[in-house]
Design a protein around this ligand. Structure first.
Ligand code: PLP
Length: 378
């Protein structure tokens, strides 16, 4: 999507935008392709908060307010997939498309289901068979047809491609239609506005298909073209799981494309993407920004989730937890100053993921041995 930013610069000011009553990403209507306001399908989007992890940051020598989590789990359907799919659905509505289909590891399918139902469109979602039950149920409960496939997300994507011909589906796979990225782009607009029209020093992004990273990179260029920000850019840091790290491998090897990752496995389902269609765009943004790519193993991802949940009271999703572990690792390696202003993207609510079982219990019919109860076990 290209916009007439010069004309927009003459008609829209930061002050006018600040006065707008719409809270969520639809406030950036001029930066988005939907022409008819009635097509802006909404489920009550919010500006997602920036939450400082001051206590954990201090432990690594960072000052207050330097390590921030942008908590995307507050969006409808509990993940930032709402941004992209709201746009895809709104544009489908605007263009008269009625039957949408998509491969998904869970969160994208849930967002598609919800926004499609809201807009009165039908949706079919193909998921890897081992997608967490909660995601499959959520998709179905919100009105889409969900189908398990014995394969990974790229296998599901191939089947959607075939269904396009056989069933007349419109394929809303990441970067196979041009609008999801426009929705994800709003993370960059929103972040800049929240910080008073400046950008942080570093963005740690859990990277699957990379739509958000590419989208934010595009947003920054658009804001600069408008004259709302300068040429400075954050380091764009692609975070992946060690069990599925095609972008990290390609970045380390200096390659422009990332070959398919065999045997992809990780608890961070949202970033289990063995092949990203926009690999070269992710790698380009990472390199142009002087950023880097880092992989974190599952054990560390889960330990990071526990650390942030217990230490700060913020339950991250595994993908978001990976960005915290990556920040720690980058500081330890000297790749980033502890005091750099770093934004970690927590892309979904931690509540959508399997959590460790709580095991303690009391029998109220028997005498309680109070001496055996620990206080605030951690
Ligand atoms: C989809 C997803 C990602 C990856 O986002 P991309 O922009 O496609 O790379 C990360 N985390 C979660 C929770 C997701 O659902």
């Amino acid at each position: 999507m290209r916009y007439d930013l010069e004309a927009l610069g003459r008609t829209l000011s930061k002050e006018e935008l600040a006065r707008r009553p719409v809270a969520g990403f639809w406030r950036y209507a001029e930066f988005l392709p939907v022409a008819t306001p009635a097509n802006r399908v909404s489920l009550g989007e919010v500006v997602t908060p920036l939450i400082a992890l001051d206590r954990l940051a201090a432990g690594q020598g960072a000052g207050a307010g330097r390590l921030l989590v942008k908590d995307e789990g507050r969006l409808p359907t509990g993940s930032f997939k709402a941004r992209g799919l709201a746009l895809a659905v709104a544009m489908a509505k605007e263009l008269g498309i009625t039957d949408l289909a998509m491969p998904s590891n869970g969160n994208a399918g849930a967002a598609l289901a919800a926004y499609a139902s809201r807009a009165g469109l039908t949706a079919t979602v193909l998921c890897p068979a081992d997608t967490p039950e909660i995601n499959l149920s959520e998709i179905e409960a919100q009105g889409a047809t969900v189908i398990r496939v014995n394969g990974l997300i790229n296998d599901c994507g191939k089947l959607v491609g075939e269904g396009k011909a056989e069933r007349g589906w419109f394929d809303v796979s990441t970067l196979k239609e041009p609008y999801r990225i426009e929705g994800k782009k709003t993370m960059g607009l929103e972040l800049a506005e929240q910080l008073g029209w400046r950008l942080p020093d570093a963005i740690f992004y859990p990277t699957g298909g990379g739509t958000g990273l590419i989208g934010m990179w595009k947003a920054f260029d658009e804001l600069e073209a408008l004259g709302w920000i300068g040429p400075e850019r954050p380091k764009m840091i692609a975070v992946q799981a060690s069990g599925c790290a095609p972008i990290v491998k390609a970045w380390e090897a200096g390659e422009e494309h990332a070959p398919l990752w065999d045997n992809a496995q990780t608890v961070a389902a949202g970033i289990r993407v063995p092949a990203a269609i926009g690999d070269f765009l992710i790698l380009r943004a990472v390199r142009e920004s002087n950023g880097f790519a880092l992989a974190i193993d599952d054990e560390r991802i889960l330990a990071a989730r526990d650390e942030v949940a217990r230490g700060e009271g913020l339950l991250l999703c595994p993908e978001g937890a990976a960005t915290y572990a990556a920040w720690q690792e980058a500081v330890a390696r000297g790749w980033i100053e502890p005091d750099a202003e770093s934004v970690l993207f927590n892309c979904a609510t931690g509540l959508k993921y399997p959590l460790p079982r709580a095991t303690r219990s009391l029998d109220r019919h028997r005498p309680v041995d109070w001496s055996r109860l620990e206080n605030g076990a951690s």
